[in-house]
Design a protein around this ligand. Structure first.
Ligand code: DGJ
Length: 541
């Protein structure tokens, strides 16, 4: 072999080795220039997920999980793994069900996010094994001030923490061996932790802790003097105290798991009022409601992301939650959102804030419906509603997640009243309008018109990335976008330089056609089938 061929072979071997390493690289959430990104197989990824129903993580039922995921074009399924399922007898683990999940997902070309239902599942102990449920001495429940037991396990239970951590670590140890290819890209530690109806444990040891000072770490991080919980947080003292201890507990469980396999770990929140924490509507005490995120972030540094479980249909509240959970550059995940068709449009609002994961809850074919939270029936219309944004985002998986980590973004979904929404990006004002015909202006009186069929429908939204000062990548559905100069100079008018409809192939933009004439004279109208547009604007005078 000549020197040239030997050198070429060397390069090829190196390239193959690097590629192989990238493929087995651990999924992780990394920081990006503008916002965090999720890396899967070493590449930026957006989890277009569905979450299965609570009792769907069994080999006998998994066959009714995958088809719905495929029907909406999901690339990821969130599946519960109950503590009772893997450790029915203390110290004896059985990962048969987990293996079935791995095999099933791989056969479908899907990734998984596993949900560890341990000490807390919707705050309750229902997924703990019988040997935990039946031993209240070793695994204590929280106590009310009068000494009565509450349904939630106490976050101060040292034995509970030890047992939960050991089981979770065993799960992660198993994954390390059984999932070298990282079908599992994230793990949620517990589910909607906290307690309803009792702000904190009143057992003697917990009372003593509550009377003590807040942790030095917390005082330092919040920039407040180290004082008692009461003095530090006033009316929120019990909630903050409980949050610290629940978050610390979960951090300990997460770390035990990460010591075996360092996948990104996440937590999900049952939510309180989106707008205010006055008035007591703060979700379960101790859970990661938005008002205690600063406490959670200090107490549970091993969590890569904390996300809201969204079950309000009020668009303003949804947008507010998305703002709050992505504030200050935090990675945005939406581990649960209702599965009724009207929730589908919030995917635009989420991905337009750089969401790394979006997951309608209870999207499987087991026949269970959780109306009034979600849909009354998972009919074709409902599945189609979720499939539309996933189809578009999925088509740009080689480009969007990278762009979203780098560029200024905007995402919005139709509000309850269908009013126009706008934002300013650089010198451009972007205005989204809903329920408009693609042809004609609102103020045209010279010709009669029927109302648009979607005028009162809760559908529509868009994502926008500003690629450079005057160029925008826009994806959307059932929305009309207009770009105008935010502050035109005297005599300055906006013009469309070029609007290309297209897609991404291996990260490169490929034009399908230009939009011009009727298709842009009244704004860019995105119809029922979402598309990508690359719009270059300019101005003249
Ligand atoms: C939120 C929980 O996290 C889910 O597991 C489920 O119980 C839904 N609520 C309701 O269907």
């Amino acid at each position: 072999m000549g020197r040239f061929w030997a050198a070429l072979l060397g390069v090829l071997l190196l390239v193959t080795a690097v590629a192989a390493r990238a493929e087995t690289a651990l999924p992780r959430i990394a920081s990006g220039p503008a916002r965090p990104m999720l890396l899967v197989d070493g590449k930026p990824f957006a989890a277009l997920a569905v979450q299965a129903n609570n009792s769907s993580g069994y080999p006998a039922v998994l066959g009714q999980v995958w088809p719905t995921a495929k029907a909406v074009g999901a690339n990821t399924v969130m599946l519960p793994v109950g503590w009772e399922q893997i450790e029915p007898v203390e110290g004896r683990f059985d990962f048969g069900d987990v293996d079935a999940m791995l095999a099933g997902a791989r056969a479908q070309g899907l990734r998984l996010v596993l949900l560890w239902y341990g000490t807390w599942k919707n705050t309750g102990a229902s997924y703990t094994p019988a040997w935990v449920k039946q031993d209240g001495k070793r695994f204590p429940r929280m106590r009310a001030p009068d000494g009565r037991a509450h349904g939630s396990l106490s976050p101060h239970g040292a034995e509970t923490l030890k047992a939960d951590s050991r089981a979770f670590a065993a799960l992660m140890r198993h994954l390390k061996v059984a999932d070298a290819q990282h079908t599992v890209i994230m793990v949620q530690v517990e589910n909607e932790a906290g307690s309803w109806g009792l702000a904190r444990d009143h057992a003697p040891a917990a009372d003593a802790l509550f009377k003590g000072l807040i942790p030095q770490e917390l005082a330092r991080a919040l920039g407040i003097p180290r004082a008692s919980w009461q003095a530090s947080f006033g009316p929120r003292a019990e909630q903050f105290f409980m949050s610290w201890h629940v978050a610390r507990y979960i951090d300990t469980v997460a770390r035990a798991g990460q010591a075996e396999l360092a996948l990104p770990m996440i937590a999900n929140a049952a939510l309180g009022n989106a707008f205010t924490d006055e008035g007591g509507d703060i979700g379960p005490s101790g859970g990661p409601n938005w008002n205690v995120l600063p406490v959670w972030r200090v107490a549970a540094p091993s969590l890569a992301a904390i996300g809201p479980d969204i079950y309000t249909r009020d668009a303003a509240a949804v947008e507010r939650y998305l703002e709050r959970y992505s504030a200050a550059g935090a990675p945005l995940i939406v581990p649960e959102i209702g599965n009724a068709a009207e929730y589908a449009r919030f995917a635009w609002a989420a991905f337009g804030r750089g969401a790394l994961l979006y997951s309608p809850f209870g999207l499987d074919d087991t026949g269970f419906v959780n109306y009034p939270l979600g849909a009354k029936v998972l009919d074709k219309n409902t599945l189609d509603a979720f499939a539309a944004p996933y189809r578009l985002m999925g088509s740009a998986m080689s480009a969007w997640p990278q762009i979203a980590s780098e560029r200024p973004l905007w995402g919005t979904a139709r509000g309850m009243d269908g009013a126009d929404q706008s934002t300013v990006m650089g010198r451009w004002r972007l205005t989204a309008a809903y329920g408009r015909w693609a042809f004609g202006e609102d103020d045209w009186t010279w010709i009669a018109r029927d109302p648009h069929p979607l005028a009162d429908k809760l559908t529509g939204g868009l994502v926008v990335a500003q690629l450079d000062a005057d160029t925008f990548l826009v994806g959307g559905q059932n929305v009309r976008l207009r770009l105008t100069l935010a502050a035109p100079a005297k005599g300055e008018s906006a013009q469309v330089i070029e609007a290309q409809e297209g897609t991404f192939v291996e990260g490169q933009w490929v034009m399908r056609r230009r939009w011009n004439g009727d298709q842009i004279d009244y704004g860019f109208s995105f119809g029922a089938e979402p598309v990508w547009l690359k719009i270059e604007m300019g101005s003249y005078r």
